[in-house]
Design a protein around this ligand. Sequence first.
Ligand code: FES
Ligand code: FES
Length: 176
Amino acid sequence: MQFTVNGEAIDIEADIRTSLLDFLRNVLGLTATKKGCDQGACGACTVLADGERINACLALAVQYQGRSITTVEGIASDSELHPLQRAFIEHEGFQCGYCTPGQLCSAIGMMREVDGNVPSAVTQDLTTAAVSFNEQEIRERMSGNLCRCGAYNGIVDAISQTFAETSTRAIGRARA
Ligand code: FES
Ligand code: FES
């Protein structure tokens, strides 16, 4: 199978029955992406495929040949954390950290969807050319990523702060 993973070309033999999650963890040794439910319910395994967030436990690796996969190991640059990683630390957006790799990848993919004006279930105006982005939208759009530690308020604050700084889109104020 051939992929680009975190910017590196991969050409490796693997069982075609392997999920993308098991391929990343067990074949490539990229164990930061976590296995929670292994059935698409928790979001712990979220990675980016050409920038789009997907649940790696529900994908066969063979389906994603030729695609560019980004895991949480690939979102920082050199020794610099991604701004969202710094914000998670600043806002205490985690406790045990098990869900965090999936939360980070999911939030980056989510922002791409917002910038592309993809509406969510709570978007009021479906005709707008600029989907509004606020706490309600963040909570809805991140609802597929569960946190058993309940660090949701910190997660929302971290996402809100990060994308207020890096996106051209006006972002509503996070939780008071
Ligand atoms: S491990 Fe993939 S969604 Fe839970
Ligand atoms: S930080 Fe523990 S599950 Fe989210």
